[in-house]
Design a protein around this ligand. Structure first.
Ligand code: C2E
Ligand code: MG
Ligand code: MG
Length: 914
């Protein structure tokens, strides 16, 4: 990994060097450094060279420019006379002046014999594209003088760093003025670096005018090399240079000569060495374990300093310019890298990481604290290291954290945690249930799971060492409520919540169990069901809560007195069932039931109210191989039967009952098809005026001629239809058919139609009657609706309202079968009856009983008082008719006058009588 990183680093270094070099930054820095090094170093001039300066003062004194050539001739002569070694003119003599002056100068040159003249090449046009113009001195001057090149190459920083050795002008290589003056004897091509550490400002400079006027010190010139050039600003022969900022071209030539004379022609060398050195340092820093960014940066700075000291030393001792900038950049980048990494980057990264960590810690902490589950973390020593809010609530301790688990958590939990801590980490955690016996409160169920995790810790003393420690995490949930509701549900699935007796389902299960037992032991099984037949009345009079209390009281008697051998169940609100094995012969007869009746049948006292219950018992024995369902059905049949039987309290199932029940079911299905199959008809029984024996109307009575069962009595099918609600359809049919047939009768006769109470409660009787009247056009005032007393058991405002509505249509009401129920006439008078039909039971006997006569008289009297007329049903004999007539009974009905007959027969009968 380190190697890869080192390679990457190397690539980075090479790339960075390449970039800084290509961009020119390195060169700029190098030049800056060289200049600085030159500035620090100080090298005196050789004194070999003297500058005759065409300075501002000279120009001022002479007053012309260009100077007349003869002045140059004069100068040459004077210098020669002063014994100078060489004279170099850095003056342009390429153009001719006056022939006399040119001649004077040419002769002076010839006389002196030591003159060199400036030659240079310059760009022809201002745009620099039009070729070069060679400026050589006039031919006449060159006959006795040497041309020397005076151009200086300008670097891209617009400064002069180098001088030429020479230059090829018009096919001949000419030395530069500097090379000539510097006694150079090598090739005349190329350039050399100028040594700006030479104090060229200390060059001996003599003003031209002083020389011409002879006021200059002659000793200055003896044996020296003289360069004549312009330093006057207006002559514009000035160049920007390092160290000295601006130098005239002639001084630069002088510096070049000095550089060569002192063997200081500067070359650029050592860049690679510096770079290598820097690279090595960086690589070493990287590869070796150096701690601390300051140290690293220190090392890098030190490297820079040493390179610089070395470079300076080299430059000072030898004419070598070391381009160390690239190396410095490399080291600089490395330092920046170190600083970024150690200070900035690393810190920023660690800061980001810290913020992130804190965020997730906060979120996790919140989640931890808000968790529905109680979470407790235990360390190996059994101390709680963390606990959330739910845990604090669950274990009723405000400060769990930091406490020994054993002191605050249930021992079972702590033990489990310890087991988990001691086990290997791959152990699969499994949820368990812990029951806590609450102090004073109810017991609680805690579901919990223990998981083991390893926590990594960085120990401070040992560098970067990680230590893992196991912790146990206890996740607990109070499942008391769930458990309780589950138990409750389970309980409700098996038991009746009011009586706490088994429910129907549980009884069936018990039956199966007991039945198996019975089969195995060859015993019989008895299932007894009893109904509190007046339960509805109890609830109606005392309210539901009393109903529940009665049921509870019955259940408690069952449990305390009769539960030894019998399993009891509550089948519905008013029905209880018990199942027992018949162990003795007594069990097989009904003596067990007698005992039950005796115990349960006694009156109950509920909140001071004395309540007596009417019980009906049905039972069945497991005769033959029957299953639990059959025995349930059988005892149910027996109970249904006994409930319909006013005279009996106990009925034991007999196979015929099954057949009767089957017939009932079949009848029911057949009855539903009766209307569609046109099996129904109406029979009409005449209604008679007893006074004159005339027929004033007829009662329509339903007849059913079933395909399957033949003639079925209304006493059988009407209650059936009332039970299943089909009576609403049957009643409507009877109304329509009755009125339709009555319309065929010649005479204007009344029609009585029987109406079942169910038609009031379930159907829209008013609508039905209205529709039938409209459809058949039967006169409403001839219609009597017969209703029985049972209608008035529940005293309803609705009933009265409906009756009034029907009455408003024009119909009348007759109270049928009066005397079979319990209603008093005074009570009945509240309803709009116009007729009372006294039940046939009052006339069945010979009507000699004084009691019967008294009742009839009383009814007649009272009815009269309430403005109702009376009809007596079931008159079969003339005697009965006579007695009733004598009592003042106005109307009668019975076989004596006519049995129920077809509509045509009835019409015939009436027309005959008329
Ligand atoms: P109910 O309305 O009291 O009808 C009179 C019943 O007494 C009729 O029996 C009739 O045949 C019978 N009867 C009449 N005169 C004598 C007599 O002199 N001696 C004896 N022993 N019986 C006599 P039925 O036709 O069997 O009807 C029985 C009951 O069925 C009716 O009693 C009535 O409550 C009901 N019923 C008949 N047709 C309808 C109907 O269309 N709708 C409703 N809701 N009930 C009806
Ligand atoms: Mg009737
Ligand atoms: Mg009747």
């Amino acid at each position: 990994m380190r190697l890869v990183n080192a390679c990457l680093l190397a690539i980075f270094m090479v790339a960075s060097v390449f970039v800084v070099r290509a961009s020119g930054i390195a060169t700029s820095l190098d030049r800056w450094l060289w200049e600085a090094r030159f500035g620090v170093d100080h090298r005196p001039v050789s004194g070999e060279i003297v500058l005759v300066d065409i300075d501002a003062r000279s120009l001022d004194s002479l007053g012309v420019w260009p100077l007349p050539r003869r002045l140059y001739g004069q100068l040459t002569d004077q210098l020669a006379s002063l014994g100078v070694q060489d004279i170099v003119f850095d003056v342009d003599f390429s153009a001719a002046s006056t022939p006399e002056d040119d001649l004077i100068f040419a002769e002076a040159i010839e006389r002196a014999g030591i003159v060199s003249l400036a030659a240079f090449v310059q760009k022809a046009g201002a745009d620099g594209n039009s070729g070069e113009v060679v400026n050589l001195p006039q031919e006449m001057f060159l006959q006795n003088a040497w041309p020397v090149v005076v151009m200086v190459p300008m670097e891209d920083d617009s400064r002069i760093w180098r001088n030429l050795f020479g230059f090829e002008i018009s096919g001949t290589s000419e030395l530069s003025a500097a090379a000539f003056l510097g006694n150079y004897s090598g090739t005349t091509s190329g350039a050399f670096g100028l040594d700006y550490s030479i104090a060229i400002d200390q060059l001996t400079r003599v003003s031209l005018i002083d020389v011409l006027e002879g006021s200059a010190d002659p000793s200055v010139f003896a044996g020296k090399k003289v360069i004549v050039g312009a330093s006057a600003l207006e002559l514009r022969d000035l160049f920007p240079v390092p160290v000295f900022e601006i130098l005239p071209g002639s001084v630069i030539q002088a510096l070049g000569a000095e550089t060569l004379l002192q063997n200081r022609a500067m070359t650029e060398r050592g860049e690679l060495i510096a770079l290598l050195f820097a690279s090595v340092i960086v690589l070493l820093l990287f590869l070796t374990k150096v701690e601390g960014w300051q140290v690293k940066v220190g090392i890098l700075v030190l490297a820079v300093i040493s390179i610089e000291v070395l470079a300076f030393g080299v430059q000072r001792l030898s004419p070598v310019l070391v381009p160390a900038a690239s190396a410095y950049f490399l080291l600089f980048f490395a330092a920046v890298g170190v600083i970024l990494r150690e200070l900035g980057f690393h810190k920023v990264l660690s800061h980001i990481a810290t913020v992130r960590r804190r965020n997730s810690e906060r979120i996790l902490g919140q989640v931890f604290d808000d968790s529905f589950d109680a979470i407790v973390v235990l360390d190996k020593d059994g101390n709680i290291t963390a606990a959330n809010q739910t845990a604090r609530k669950l274990f009723l301790d405000e400060m769990l954290t930091g406490k020994p688990a054993r002191s605050v958590l249930p021992a079972a939990l702590v033990e489990e945690a310890e087991i988990a801590l001691g086990s290997d980490k791959n152990r699969q955690p499994a949820p368990q249930i812990l029951t806590l016996a609450g102090e004073g409160t109810k017991r609680r169920f805690i579901e919990f799971v223990v998981t083991r995790s390893d926590k990594t810790e960085v120990s401070r003393n040992r560098n970067g060492d990680f230590e893992t420690r196991a912790v146990a995490c206890l996740t607990c949930r109070d499942v008391t409520d769930e458990r309780e509701s589950a138990e409750q549900l389970r309980y409700l699935a098996q038991f009746d919540p009011v009586t706490n007796l088994a429910n129907r389902n549980e009884l069936e299960r018990e039956l199966s169990r007991k039945m198996k037992l019975a089969n195995d032991s060859g015993q019989e099984l008895c299932l007894v069901q009893f109904a509190v037949s007046n339960f509805d009345q109890i609830v109606a009079t005392l309210g539901f809560s009393y109903g529940d209390r009665v049921r509870q009281a019955i259940a408690s008697r069952l449990k305390s007195h009769l539960s030894q051998r019998t399993t009891w169940a509550a089948m519905s609100a008013d029905v209880f069932a018990g199942v027992y094995l018949c162990e003795t012969d007594d069990d097989r007869d009904l003596s067990v039931i007698d005992k039950i009746r005796e115990i349960i049948g006694e009156d109950y006292t509920v909140e001071g109210a004395r309540i007596s219950v009417q019980l009906k018992f049905g039972c069945a024995f497991s005769e033959g191989s029957i299953g639990p369902e059959d025995i349930l059905k059988r005892s149910g049949n027996a109970l249904a039967k006994v409930r319909r039987d006013d005279r009996k309290q106990v009925i034991r199932f007999k196979p015929e009952m099954g057949t009767a029940l089957q017939r009932r079911r079949k009848l029911e299905t057949e009855l539903f098809k009766a209307i569609a199959r046109d099996e129904l008809s109406l029979a009409y029984q005449p209604l008679i005026n007893l006074e004159d024996g005339s027929t004033f109307g007829a009662e329509a009575l339903l007849r059913w001629e079933s395909r399957e069962f033949g003639t079925v009595s209304p006493f059988e099918f009407i209650p059936l239809a009332e039970e299943n609600g089909y009576i609403v359809e049957l009643g409507a049919w009877a109304l329509n058919r009755g009125m339709k047939e009555a319309r065929t009768w010649q005479e204007r006769l009344r029609l009585s139609v029987n109406i079942s109470p169910v038609q009031f409660s379930r159907g829209d009787l008013v609508g039905t009657v209205r529709e039938a009247l409209e459809r058949t056009h039967f006169p409403a005032e001839l219609l009597d609706l017969e209703v029985t007393e049972s209608l008035f058991i529940d005293e309803s405002e609705d009933l009265k309202f409906h009756m009034e509505e029907l009455k408003s249509l024009g119909c009348s009401f007759s109270l049928d079968d009066f005397g079979t129920g319990y209603s008093s006439l005074g009570y009945v008078a509240n309803y709009p009856f116009s007729k009372i039909k006294l039940d046939k039971s009052f006339v069945r006997q010979s009507l000699t009983s004084k009691r019967d006569i008294a009742i009839i008289e009383a009814v007649l009297h009272l009815a009269n008082g309430f403005d109702m007329s009376v009809l007596v049903e079931g008159i079969e004999t003339q005697e009965q008719a006579r007695v009733l007539k004598s009592l003042g009974c106005p109307m009668g009905q019975g076989y004596l006058f006519g049995k129920p007959m077809s509509s045509t027969d009835f019409a015939l009968l009436v027309s005959k009588a008329a």
